[in-house]
Ligand binder design. Structure first.
Ligand code: GAP
Length: 460
């Protein structure tokens, strides 16, 4: 079902998935913190990505490169000169906005590859219809490009460090490119092969909107696949297919997914597609899958002076590998997963909110709920929780009525609730409630672990 962003933001806060950062200081724009459930959900998403990308593949290996890299990396990559978004400032209230977003709000699309002049012309053509999102004025400054790299004074002890800054990485894949030779020399891997990495990236995003969709600090899951030049496009199509299937395996309804083909490509790119998800604010990019030619390694060879070519032992020839890329944000995936799993159902005249997350993604797999707070029940319930904890994430809850506790577990997507009642004390049996069907099973305590091992076979 479709859900509003407002509902998602409220649920995320109320249940401890996502909090705005630094709230006690009035917040810090476009930065978010993940609460006890958010951190579990994000970790389950990352684990599934890693399993799909690395564990299940003999041709892809992992990497964890540093957030900081030599500043020349960002010159070679083109980020210092060209990693920017078009910005215009409202002359009345001084709110800064992304020009492409202002245009988008009135139904005009501006391609990210447009030059500053092209954007400015488009902006001028439509200025009469455009209003500041804060004060409504249509008196704007000239549009200009604003560089998104975040600067730091790391290792620079002068007062004027901004002239020669280090950068917090704007994307994780540069760490992959600069380690290409290290990975090659330290493993027995041969082309075609991939390097996968999950890590933080930082961008000075101009506008903070749409919750965790676009943030200034975020985590990326990126895989760069190195190919022979002539194999690039065939392997690109294989990657595209695998990536679409990944979202279906994640539990996302294929009706909420679509391809977006980039019409304007940067000069070196062979092909670029995004997988878009139907967010509450429309279909938007979830993941980018790009065929990048030999641009990345060629640039790093040029700027570092090092040889990053590959020697094909069978053909006895050197060549610069071409790269195909898969790149997606953890937060953006988490938002898509939450929106897709959100249901409101009518049960006995009441609205039941339920997150129908795949069990492998659910923060808690099982909730253990004693029917009352009486010690004779809670002691057994705690025993059951301890029995299950070595295998899965377990929530133990003895507060409130059983109805309210079921509703809370439904709202956070817990697939199974285990209830211990007074009869359990005699027959050692426990009631198990299924989140989606609300059907109940009664199982002997000794069979509990094997019962859940079957039900939760792909979950840890
Ligand atoms: N290495 C290629 C790259 O970084 P990108 O399209 O700029 O390409 C890839 O980013 C993915 O990273 C996006 O599809 C999105 O999922 C995520 N992402 C990018 N910027 C983000 C931001 N400001 N906040 C959250 N996620 C972001």
């Amino acid at each position: 079902m479709s859900v509003t962003l407002e509902t998602m933001v409220q649920l995320a806060k109320k249940r401890g998935f996502v909090f705005p950062s630094s709230e006690i200081y009035g917040g810090f724009s476009a930065i978010y913190d993940y609460g006890s459930l958010g951190v579990e959900l994000a970790s389950n998403i990352k684990n599934f990505w890693w399993k799909t990308m690395v564990q299940m593949r003999e041709d892809i290996v992992g990497l964890d490169s540093s957030i900081f890299m030599h500043p020349r990396v960002w010159e070679a990559s083109g980020h210092v000169s060209g990693f920017s978004d078009p910005l215009a400032e409202c002359k009345k209230c001084h709110t800064r906005s992304r020009v492409d977003h202002l245009l988008e709000d009135i139904g005009v699309s501006a391609d990210e590859k447009m030059s500053e002049q092209e954007i400015q012309n488009l902006f001028n053509d439509h200025i009469a219809q455009i209003n500041c999102t804060k004060c409504g004025s249509s008196d704007f400054s000239q549009a200009h490009k604003f560089n998104l790299l975040v600067k730091a004074n790391l290792g620079n002890f002068t007062n004027d460090w901004t002239k020669e800054p280090a950068y917090l990485r704007g994307e994780t894949c540069q760490g992959i490119y600069i380690n290409f030779k290290n990975v090659l020399d330290s493993t027995h891997i041969k082309i075609p092969f991939g390097i996968a990495q999950i890590g933080k990236a930082f961008r000075n995003e101009i506008t903070a909107r749409q919750f965790i969709f676009r943030t200034r600090e975020f985590e990326q899951m990126e895989m760069q696949y190195f190919t022979r030049p002539e194999d690039e496009m065939v392997l690109y199509e294989v990657l595209r297919e695998a990536r679409f299937q990944y979202y279906i395996d994640l539990g996302i309804d294929p009706k909420n997914l679509q391809w977006h083909k980039h019409d304007r490509l940067v000069f070196y790119a062979k092909q670029a597609y995004d997988i878009e998800y139907n967010f509450p604010f429309g279909f938007k990019e979830l993941e980018g899958i790009h065929a990048r030619g030999d641009y990345d390694l060629s640039q790093h060879m040029k700027f570092s002076g090092q040889d990053l070519t590959y020697f094909d032992e069978e053909k006895k020839e050197h060549y610069t590998p071409h790269i195909i890329e898969s790149s997606v944000g953890v937060g953006r995936t988490l938002l898509a997963v939450l929106c897709d799993a959100y249901y409101e159902e009518e049960v006995r005249g009441e609205t039941r909110v339920v997150l129908k997350l795949k069990p492998m993604l659910a923060p808690f797999k099982i909730a253990v709920l004693p029917l009352s707070k009486k010690l004779e029940l809670t002691s057994v319930a705690r025993e059951i929780a301890s029995l299950l904890r070595p295998y899965w994430m377990i929530d133990y809850d003895e507060t409130q009525s059983i109805g309210k506790r079921y509703r809370r577990q439904d709202e956070i997507g817990t697939p199974y609730c285990v209830t211990i009642d007074f009869e359990s004390l005699n027959d050692k049996c426990i009631t198990i409630r299924d989140r989606d069907t609300m059907q109940q099973d009664r199982i002997h305590k000794d069979e509990l672990v094997s019962y859940f091992k079957e039900k939760l076979s792909m979950c840890h």
